[in-house]
Design a protein around this ligand. Sequence first.
Ligand code: GLY
Length: 331
Amino acid sequence: MISRRSFIAKSSFAVAGVGLAKSGISMSSLPQKKEFPIVISTWNHGLPANEAAWEVLKKGGSALDAVETGVRVPEGDPNIITVGYGGIPDAAGHVTLDACIMDEKGRAGSVTYLEHIKHPISVARLVMEKTPHVMLSGKGALEFALDQGFKKENLLTKERKAAWKKWKKEQREFSAKINIENETELNHDTIGMLAIDKEGNLSGACTTSGMGYKLPGRVGDSPIIGAGLFVDGDVGGAVATGMGELVMKTLGTFLVVEFMRNGMAPAKACEEAVKRIASKIPDYQNFQIGYIALNKAGEYGSFCINPGFNFAIKTEDKTEMEDAEAWLKKL
Ligand code: GLY
């Protein structure tokens, strides 16, 4: 069992320069100081997203506002090619976005296969707040967003268009790669975020452009309540990243929250949900899934299939990345 932890200066978002110190023990498997507010989120792009969420939380803002504000950072960043603007398109060259949001009251909103809108998480929030529905998809979601005043934009950047043209010319098949957050193509690493505010309320958000060069029409786990994200105000929340099909087949984040309801610590609950995938999906070794979870006491944890998944944590006292423990190292 090897895990790594890195401390990052509060003022620095410079991920590239961060050295990861080997401690040999996962911090999230140790008893944690329970503190609010707290925000955790997936991958390195979680660091600047957490900072934006923290600005909301430290002023006494709600967890719901914090997670929406936080994940809008990678959504708007063209250099994050797995989320929002600048995301890798589908096989037909269209950037199609999936997102959902959920709060401690069990309210939820989601958009799937949304084109031309830079911030799908904010549309998902309005689905939750302004409609009797949970999920809007495709053209209907776009029409709703435009009605709500969102601007129609081209989300396919010059760089992503060139890479897509090259991919098409080479007539390559889609193949899911493990831990490819920093590679330039075929990447599908979602941002998922969970936060608890000063009042102790918990919310979560999840947003992605999905698998690069996916079949047109493909929707992943990220906008599906109970798959990409689940929050129960009495228990806690969980979000998923990686190959969404594995999460959808096992209703992963709902499972994590149910394990926590039955008394498991967040890290153990994430591990059990990964083990469910391992027991049900024959070729699971070829894919990555990472779960992060936060219980209502403010304890957090993570687990993944293959080594290489990390997540960002922000509290009053710490700004850090932690590597998740991996099932394939435990075998
Ligand atoms: N987890 C993101 C996706 O599979 O679309």
